[in-house]
Design a protein around this ligand. Structure first.
Ligand SMILES: *Cc1c(COP(=O)(O)O)cnc(C)c1O
Length: 386
């Protein structure tokens, strides 16, 4: 059996995969089992921040691999401590909890918010407001937090204590903010929901209300984080100071790692025994993340913004394009054509693009070369125009 047949036979049917068997790559170029090359505008869903097989990242990971791969959180390791320090220095957050994925990072945020409130106010103040059309993960708690009815079937009972507010409508948010609310959790650009950025005034108004009522502001930067939107974290483009920031996807450049960064109010909320993870903050992943994070500097971020502008300028008003949304190198393109159809035709022509709801979604490597980007966008434009 070939890879596709083996996969279809032995792997749970949870994914409808594109017809591509990836074998290797370099930077923004991926090679399949037949030697065909593709320009990658997806980064493994915003994960491969510096593309495939980035030399510095490989060397950082390999060096750590030859020292120690794992010891568990019963002991100290240097890469985990160094990474936490770097994250705190770059964000002003106070402490970090390490997990292995976005959903787990959000689980930590949910537990931390509820404990903060129960420590301070007792029971009955555990509701978390999220937005309709949000996506926060696939575990039971994060599915419950996800504001999409289509996700709230099959697996009930779901967790109580989540209420959903329509995005960008402050009065509706305010109306839900009763005395049972302990936190609000937001993606500043809804990723899976269709690359929809939140309005700045809306987010500022929420932040103000939260601070007045001691409601924690949790920002889910699992997708928007680590340079993706043109600042290190997307919240840095909004005038807010979150209490908890979660991230994952691009953090370790392709290795599984997530984290919840905890601000002043909640830095001491989680105590020994109240939360944990066997793999979380694993030294290999931490070494990978250190390599990525230390290179997301002003020059790279300015390039991310410029490349994002370049893509927007190329696509806005182009034949078949209805609108372009998003920030930095996290872009959604609404087209006359079906998005999945566009993605399949791009693949045939050697370009990898993603979809989000009815949009084509672009999440290229942050350091994609301009000539590669140009070539891929011309092909995408051609497909959309057909
Ligand atoms: C992808 C994503 C998640 C879930 O991350 P996993 O690593 O798949 O668990 C959570 N929140 C947002 C905003 C995401 O984009």
């Amino acid at each position: 059996m070939d890879t596709k047949q083996l996969d279809n036979t032995y792997i749970a049917n949870t994914y409808s995969r594109f017809p591509l068997v990836a074998v290797s790559g370099q930077g923004a170029v991926i090679t399949d089992e037949n030697g065909k090359e593709y320009i990658d505008l997806g980064s493994g869903i915003a994960v491969n921040s510096f593309g495939i097989c980035d030399d510095e990242w490989i060397s950082a990971v390999e060096t750590q691999l030859r020292k120690i791969q794992h010891i568990s959180n019963l002991y100290y390791t240097e890469p985990q401590a160094a990474l936490a320090k770097l994250l705190c220095e770059k964000t002003g957050m106070k402490k970090v909890f390490f997990a292995n994925s976005g959903a787990e990072a959000n689980e930590c945020a949910i537990k931390c918010a509820r404990k903060y409130s129960s420590d301070k106010y007792g029971s009955g103040r555990s509701t978390i407001i999220t937005l309709t059309n949000s996506f926060h993960g696939r575990t039971m708690a994060t599915l419950s937090a996800t504001g999409q009815d289509s996700m709230h079937i099959h697996f009930g009972p779901f967790l109580d204590g989540f209420n959903y507010a329509p995005a960008n409508e402050f009065p509706a948010f305010e109306a839900l903010c009763d005395e049972t609310v302990c936190a609000v959790m937001l993606e500043l650009v809804q990723g899976e929901g269709g690359v929809n950025p939140l309005d700045k005034e809306y987010v500022s108004a929420i932040a103000k209300l939260c601070s007045e009522r001691d409601i924690l502001l949790i920002i889910d930067e699992v997708q928007t984080g680590n340079g993706r939107t043109g600042t290190l974290y997307a919240y840095m483009q909004y005038v807010i100071r979150p209490d908890i920031v979660t991230t994952a996807k691009g953090l370790a450049g392709g290795l599984p790692m997530g984290c919840a960064m905890l601000g002043e109010k909640v830095q001491d909320t989680l105590t020994a025994g109240t939360h944990g993870s066997t793999f979380g903050g694993n030294p290999i992943c931490a070494a990978g993340a250190l390599s990525i994070l230390s290179r997301i500097d002003d020059k790279l971020l300015s390039d991310v913004r410029k490349k994002g502008e370049y893509i927007k300028n190329e696509l806005e008003g182009a034949p078949g394009v209805k609108s372009v949304s998003g920030l930095g190198l996290m872009l959604g393109i609404e087209t006359e054509k079906d998005a999945k159809e566009t993605a399949l035709q791009c693949l045939e022509q050697g370009v990898i693009v993603l979809t989000a709801k009815n949009k084509v979604r672009l999440l290229p490597p942050l350091n994609i070369k301009q000539d590669e980007l140009k070539k891929a966008i011309q092909i995408l434009k051609g497909v959309i125009a057909q």
